[in-house]
Design a protein around this ligand. Structure first.
Ligand code: PHE
Length: 332
């Protein structure tokens, strides 16, 4: 048996070891065959013969078990070595993400107004008729609702068409005598789709409210001119009379075209001006709808995508939402 034990100890792998087990202890193994000889052994020698065989069997079994432990450990180590991952290795090809231009623009605007002490307010994306229209002086059947056609749910809730309902929620959500100085950034929805419109986009609303005569159009104008210079540099700013049901007077604000510098180009339709936001003095009917008396205020609302397009010279608004790596990769 010595030679078999030697073979077992020298086995190279688990397979070889298994073969050796079969060759020794298997059905036709050398030891098994020895045991079969028992029948032919004279009775008085049987005991010694059996004892000797059992001893050999025990030795072989023990050698196999011991070798098995060693080989199994080796196999495991080999496997672990093969599957090893060097977590410290630096992958130069790994590409880092970047802040989306819309988010970046939004953050820039939020930070600007936070520095001017504006609080940041939020409202739900699914609104009701009262907050989105009625309280903003847009009664049912008012033709101005057409400008903001939207998606209605069966229960007459709707996807908000602008961030202006947050004006209403903020006023209703606090004591009527506390002055307000807030912005409301967020997602809005309209039934629109062309190179300058997407059905989902982002706005930033602002509302300032204080006692009667404390807040004027002049304050609004000052804040906006400063803000637009911060965002677009040394541009001309003009206020054009306009109409919003929730502000009176209302204005749309243009900046001198940042692309052609006044000479006229395709982006500004050869007018030299780019429209950037809507604003006005809070309409009395809005204050009435929320039960505010003897107050004055101003509000404005801007489209974040429009700002991002002008700042980064992006031609098609829709491209901002196509996850196009060629576009987004430029903002790293
Ligand atoms: N809510 C208006 C819009 O979406 C923008 C606006 C806000 C105008 C506040 C005036 C005052 O077009």
């Amino acid at each position: 048996m010595k030679e078999w034990i030697e073979k077992i100890e020298n086995a190279n792998c688990l397979e070889d070891l298994e073969n050796l087990r079969v060759e020794t202890l298997g059905k036709k193994g050398v030891l098994t065959l020895e045991f079969a000889k028992m029948k032919t052994i004279p009775n008085e020698e049987k005991k010694a013969f059996a004892q000797n065989l059992n001893k050999q069997k025990a030795q072989v079994t023990e050698a196999i078990e011991a070798k098995k432990v060693i080989l199994e450990k080796e196999a495991l180590n080999k496997k672990l070595e093969a599957e090893k991952i060097d977590v410290t290795r630096f992958n130069n090809e790994l590409s880092c993400g970047a802040t989306h231009p819309v988010v970046e623009t939004m953050n820039r605007i939020i930070t600007y107004f936070q520095n001017l002490n504006f609080a940041v307010e939020e409202g739900p994306l699914v609104e009701d008729d009262f907050h989105n229209f009625e309280a903003l002086n847009l009664p049912k059947y008012h033709p101005a609702r057409d400008m903001q056609d939207t998606f209605y749910n069966k229960d007459y809730t709707l996807l908000r068409t602008h961030t202006s309902p947050v004006q209403i929620r903020t006023m209703l959500g606090q004591d009527k005598d506390t002055p307000i100085r807030m912005i409301a950034p967020g997602t809005v929805f309209r039934r629109d789709f062309d190179i300058t419109h997407t059905p989902m986009f982002h706005q930033i609303e602002a509302l300032v409210v204080d006692d009667e005569d404390k807040v004027s159009f002049a304050n609004l104008k000052h804040v906006l001119v400063e803000f637009l210079h911060h965002m677009f540099g040394d541009v001309d700013v003009r206020f054009r009379p306009s109409f919003f049901p929730f502000t009176e007077p209302s204005a749309e604000v243009d900046i001198s075209c940042v692309f052609c510098k006044g000479d006229g180009c395709r982006v500004c339709s050869h007018t030299g001006w780019l429209e950037v936001l809507g604003c006005g003095v809070v309409d009395e009917n809005v204050f009435k709808a929320v039960g505010y008396e003897n107050k004055s205020g101003y509000a404005f609302g801007l489209g974040v995508e429009r700002f991002a397009m002008l700042i980064h010279n992006i031609g098609d608004l829709r491209s901002l939402f196509e996850s196009d790596m060629k576009l987004l990769g430029q903002f790293k």
